[in-house]
Design a protein around this ligand. Structure first.
Ligand SMILES: Nc1ncnc2c1ncn2[C@@H]1O[C@H](COP(=O)(O)OP(=O)(O)O)[C@@H](O)[C@H]1O
Ligand SMILES: NC(=O)OP(=O)(O)O
Length: 311
């Protein structure tokens, strides 16, 4: 059975619990469609809006007389992973049952080791939480010491460190579950970032790992046939949002590198996805990557749409 590592983007999850529970029902249909097509599906997902929301709520509660103790950022990441995993595993299970497919699904709380000296801790780039106006962002930055950046004309968002994923701690467990035919949800939110201490123990750190990078690492570690990045567009484009915009059906690694150098892919959105695909395809022997929309996943895997990245 072909192993397919899927990375789910923001449009698969939404921005709050109610919205997420509705959206994941639709996401589950796509995932189960792929299971029905005969793929062994492993699911990674983002957590930017969710971890920001949880951190803000916990912070507010502990600073506003609610007698709630301080909650570290890594624990907020773990909470986001647990709550998204719960929604996904519940809706995938329901979808499997509705189609009489006898398969198990499980979300694995997953830690990912990062380097404590990663430059990312000095240069904050990963947007989390909601969007603010400049005035709101400046006020919160002054009160809490957070860093904000303008995000693609959509408003201001808090940014946190986004170190490189080095090792997936629960990899062997994930492998066993995958080999048993379980649909595994893992590296949620890129994985809970941890650093390894001298005695081998792990400590959570305040960061958010890019889920596309962690999914690429997972796809490499599992020797998957394909990394599938599901986002809001059917195909990657060159000259994106310009009059001469052009959809790309297929890119080899030389073309990918050329387009990256020509800055066709926006930083913080399409660029990390294309880079994750490059990383996966370059490292493997015959793995391919696919970027497409959640809605068109099935058609794209049949070669009808999407952008394929191959050697
Ligand atoms: N060259 C490009 N081709 C297609 N989409 C692009 C390109 N550059 C930027 N984008 C934007 O990147 C978005 C995907 O990034 P993002 O919203 O961060 O993803 P997700 O939340 O799905 O992980 C697309 O919806 C599109 O608006
Ligand atoms: N962890 C992560 O990459 O989340 P987003 O996809 O929501 O940014």
């Amino acid at each position: 059975m072909k192993k397919l590592v899927i990375a789910l983007g923001g449009n698969a999850l939404g921005n709050n619990a109610e919205e997420q529970l509705q959206l994941v029902k639709h996401t589950a249909k796509t995932i189960v469609d792929l299971v029905e097509e005969g793929y062994n599906v492993i699911v990674g997902h983002g957590n930017g809006p969710q971890v920001g929301m949880i951190n803000l709520a916990m912070d507010f509660a502990s600073n506003n007389g609610a007698n709630t103790p301080f909650m570290p950022f890594a624990e907020c990441g773990a909470m986001s992973q647990g709550y998204i995993g719960y929604h996904l595993q519940q809706s995938i299970r329901t979808e499997l049952k509705s189609r009489n497919i006898n398969k198990n699904v499980a979300a694995v709380v997953t830690q990912v080791v990062v380097d404590k000296d990663d430059d990312a801790f000095k240069n904050l780039t990963k947007p989390v939480g909601m969007f603010y106006t400049k005035e709101e962002a400046d006020k919160i930055a002054a009160e809490k010491g957070f860093t904000f950046v303008e995000d693609a004309g959509r408003g201001y968002r808090r940014v946190v460190a986004s170190p490189e994923p080095q090792e997936i701690v629960e990899l062997e467990t994930v492998k066993q579950l995958v080999d048993n035919g379980t649909i595994v949800i893992t590296v949620g939110g890129g994985g809970i970032p941890v650093v390894e201490n001298e005695d081998g123990s792990l400590t959570g750190v305040a960061a958010v790992i890019d889920k596309d990078k962690s999914s690429a690492k997972l796809a490499k570690d599992l020797d998957a046939e394909m990394l599938v990045i599901l986002t809001a567009v059917d195909r990657v484009c060159i000259n994106f949002n310009k009059p001469n915009q052009e959809e790309i059906a297929c890119m080899d690694l030389a073309k990918v590198k050329q387009y990256i150098a020509e800055e066709h892919f926006a930083k913080g959105s399409m660029l990390p996805k294309v880079e994750a695909c490059l990383d996966f395809v370059e490292a493997g022997t015959n793995g391919q990557a696919l970027i497409t929309s959640l809605e068109k996943a099935k058609e794209a895997l049949r070669g009808e749409t999407g952008t394929i990245i191959k050697k």
